[in-house]
Design a protein around this ligand. Sequence first.
Ligand code: F6P
Length: 458
Amino acid sequence: MKRIGILTAGGDTPALNATIYGAVERANSLKIEMLGLQRGYAGLLDSRVPHVHLNPLFTTIPELDPCKGGTLLGSSRTYLDATCTERLELVAQHVTKLKLDGLLCIGGDGTINGMQPIAEILPCVLAPKTIDNDLGLNYIDEPNDWIRRPKQGLPGYTEERNTSRDTLLREDIINYATPGYATAVFVVAQSIERLRTTAESHRRIAIVEVMGRQSGYIALGAAYAQPDIILIPEVPVNFEQLAGRVSQLYELQKHALIVVGEGVKNSDGHELGAVMPTYDPAGNVRYSGAADALGEILGKLLGANLFSDMRTFEPASSPMFSRKIGHTQRGGRPILFDRFYASQLGGKAVDLLADGETNEIATIQYRPDSGFVLSSISANKLRDQWGEIHPREVHPALYDTRRMQLSQFGIDYLKPIFTNAIGADDVECIRTQMFSAGSLSNRYQSVNTDIRKRIRYL
Ligand code: F6P
């Protein structure tokens, strides 16, 4: 291995630069050149998209800052399909021109799908990232739980899964947590803390929507901010139960705070919010409006009386508000847990390539006696019998449906990730940088501008 290409694909996370940094530092010590390919798979398809030499003289370029969110390489949701031979031909040409011996993709499930056909051209490995924490398995043979049924009277099939295990062990989980997840939860917990006190003062019901697509891990992590109710996409909302619990809470504490994962569904399996198609490697959809939709349904079920009786001298018209935390979950400085494991996984991915592996994913595994250790798994182990990779969902053992809260196992799951996840330097950084007087007089210096100065064309 003399020269490796590296790219970041799919939605970004705060920990991408940390992964690239870990990979480049490892490459430096192995005397491997690292070429950064810009804008995900788009950079491999279009030879006019320039690349960046990340370690001239085996020294990491100073623009690569592991403490900075985003990715200095840029990302895209460009699709790479195994059936599109023309595109694969372009990739082959580009890889040959760049004289790459291997490719390191930083991404999620969609990126692995894109990586599979490239692995036929040159050795490829994946360092995982996603704030959704949905890249991995609850247990090793989980893909075999998926079944397909023909659609009645229609072409195609429907997919369902049978959960073959009621209980889980933490050490069974493949890729325990993905870099980006901890920082997203940190942002969510801080936001909830702020929304809580204003809801409390004004006797309101706050409905807070968090990201995660069809996986409820971010919503679960929000438990650190002690929301009254957590609703996850994996468990259909029982509106009667929800309304009953909210009015109980309102009577008791004169306000309530509900966290809702953006992909939550009703009992018919339909998402509460809008679902729009997007073009990314996983064929993922874009979710919006779950919190607003939930607020409307809840408002009708609770009726105005509950509020008018308790909000004397105030109109009963504004007792509820919804907030979408949105893309703040994906940006900014990564917290210590993410920085550390992202860079470890980047380094591990380089080791995998150097050891001659291909189509392999670097992972972190939990060991009861030693905590987290680095490991890896073949990408094919994540596929079901039809070759599809499904986003990891929150296993029923992590969630208590009756209380609409974390279960005891859910608590046990979160603790190794979040205990000490924030570094002293993260706190110090807020103290020294947030109100730095220099920011008032200096413009923001974009890494995109800096990196352009280093760009090489073919
Ligand atoms: O997969 C990461 C994620 O942030 C999801 O949680 C969210 O639904 C989606 O990406 C949003 O993507 P976009 O960047 O297209 O708005």
